[in-house]
Design a protein around this ligand. Sequence first.
Ligand code: TRP
Ligand code: SF4
Length: 366
Amino acid sequence: MSIVLDPWGHIAIENYERLLVEFGIRPIDEVLNSYIINHKYFTRRVIFGHRDFNQWLNAYQSGGKVAVLTGLMPSGDPHLGTAMVYEELRFFQEKGVFVKMAIADAEAYAVRREDRDSVVKKGLDFIAHALAWGINPDNAEFYYQTSMDSSYYRLIQLFSRKVSEAEMKAIYGDLSPAKIMAALTQAADILHLQLDEYGGFKYVLVPVGVDQDPHLRLTRDLADRFENELALKRPASIYHKLLRGLDGGKMSKSRPEYAIHLTDPPDLAEKKLMNALTGGRATAEEQRRLGGEPWKCIVFELYTYHLASDENELREVYNDCVSGRVLCGQCKRRAAEKLRALLVEHQKRYYDFRNNVEKYVEKPSF
Ligand code: TRP
Ligand code: SF4
């Protein structure tokens, strides 16, 4: 049976290995020998796959022009899954790379049918969170899709000529005019940085959750088809696993009680974490005897994605769990303390940036 990744659906991915086989995403392991790839998401295989990342790294390491671009849809409230994207941007920026973040307001309006004012306001929240997470505005740019200029919009029009409905159906499944517009707009997000109007060719890397890969497949094809006309080159991409919801299902904007939001009061966040699905056994006696199953555990996932800063610490949590030395109650309390500290720090910065975030982006004019 073949699988369709639906970037607009609610997928919970069981088996990441299969995605590699099915879609030709390459395993990240093959590029991990590069010394600059020293972020925990790589060592822990949270970022598990890529397309052409080795080539992007070569360009970066040999001093070529490179950039990182990603985007977020301003609907719902930013949560720990959203923060993974911020963390990736922060990492590449720390490596000296210019980063650009799209606020996908056209997509949220048309596909999610969000109210225009709320999308614009949410966009500011998403940017304030990015800044609070540590993205330095001096070497970053944020933009709303709908405040881009005509060369970006012309791309969308040109793209529409060289892709067929059948191809898009094969990539996305069900289509609608809104989805077609959003997909071509996302291709323009990814490719516009190569236009003369935006400084000419640079090799663009797109860090995203793997649910976005369909957009990258489309964008790569479009780049090939416009190689002669517009001198576009394919982007590179890296894919992270999707942080699961606290009950083990998909972390989704429609199930806020199963996500930890970046603005959750720390008490509430702690309570949510204490109720999360674990890999614990039915009784304490059994857990001491058999050990827990961290690979099933959302709390362990939170340690892996956000709460454990170094490898030793993560290994200790793992060993304490599988040996049965530490039981879930204690392990969760330790995680809850770390989560509290993270949120308290983040929220202080967030509320500061929220007050003057309009400095950092041009709001759409209508
Ligand atoms: N579709 C993305 C989402 O749902 C948002 C997005 C818009 C994006 N433009 C992009 C992501 C460009 C990566 C690159 O969150
Ligand atoms: Fe999860 Fe910790 Fe329990 Fe292990 S001990 S299952 S890591 S909560």
